[in-house]
Design a protein around this ligand. Structure first.
Ligand SMILES: NC(=O)c1ccc[n+]([C@@H]2O[C@H](COP(=O)([O-])OP(=O)(O)OC[C@H]3O[C@@H](n4cnc5c(N)ncnc54)[C@H](OP(=O)(O)O)[C@@H]3O)[C@@H](O)[C@H]2O)c1
Length: 208
């Protein structure tokens, strides 16, 4: 369960980038919300496959943690939170975005020509204040990722790949156990974006 929906979704994002031609030697891939559940596992999976990963985080204090997962560049989220120009400097070959909102708009604006973005989250907002410029001038692709209704054959591939590619020792290191009785107290930390990696709740500790 430490992998959970977050890890499975991270793998669906990686597979979507690959399906659309983003390869390890093609340039940097940016991951937003990198210290969270999806972001941490996406960073780890991409780095393990040889991608250069730029990790965007609101918690620069977690830079060492992100480097430990394999990120090569750490970027302060503040660089992505102001409404920017429709197009900015071309930086990323690929992106995995958990934020949505202005962050995703800025990611789209800084994709390289034919860059590919896998969007799976909305922690930064439901709206998407972008323009068509990245799509019609840089041929950027925006792929939506949904874990819930994903067809079974793709799910099976995702879980098989997680079993093969995820470094279980690192997954353990990024996972914190919280007792069921403490979940309510923990919940606000999620909403404040302060949880690092994954939280595991052993609901049946006597079986563990
Ligand atoms: N599409 C799907 O099927 C699917 C499946 C699973 C999850 N999701 C969605 O994916 C998102 C991430 O899930 P998660 O499990 O990784 O959550 P999480 O563990 O709470 O991580 C979210 C991370 O986003 C960053 N963040 C927080 N507030 C932000 C803001 N205002 N703007 C930009 N970044 C912010 C923080 O990382 P930093 O401190 O490093 O910035 C935080 O740790 C959620 O929106 C979730 O609903 C979607």
């Amino acid at each position: 369960m430490a992998i959970g929906t977050a890890g499975y979704t991270a793998m669906l994002c990686v597979m979507a980038l690959e399906r659309n031609g983003v390869m390890p030697d093609g340039g940097e891939v940016v991951v937003t919300g990198a210290a969270g559940g999806v972001g941490s596992i996406a960073t780890m999976l991409l780095a393990a496959r040889g991608y250069s990963v730029a990790a965007v985080t609101g918690r620069m204090a977690e830079a060492d943690y992100l480097t430990g997962l394999g990120a090569t560049t750490i970027i302060d989220r503040a660089e992505f939170t102001q409404v920017g120009r429709p197009l900015s400097k071309e930086r990323w070959a690929g992106a995995i975005d958990v934020a949505g909102g202005v962050v995703l708009a800025n990611v789209l604006a800084s994709m390289r020509y034919r860059g590919v973005v896998a969007a799976c989250g909305l922690v930064g907002g439901m709206e998407l204040p972008t323009t068509v410029a990245p799509f019609i001038l840089r041929a950027v692709t925006l792929i939506g990722i949904d874990s819930v209704m994903c067809p079974k054959p793709e799910r099976l591939i995702a879980w098989q790949r997680l079993a093969q590619e995820l470094d279980m020792a690192r997954l353990d290191a990024m996972t914190t156990e919280v007792q069921l009785a403490d979940v309510i107290a923990m919940a606000p930390r999620f909403l404040e974006g302060k949880v690092r990696g994954r939280i595991l709740v052993p609901v049946n500790p006597q079986l563990g």
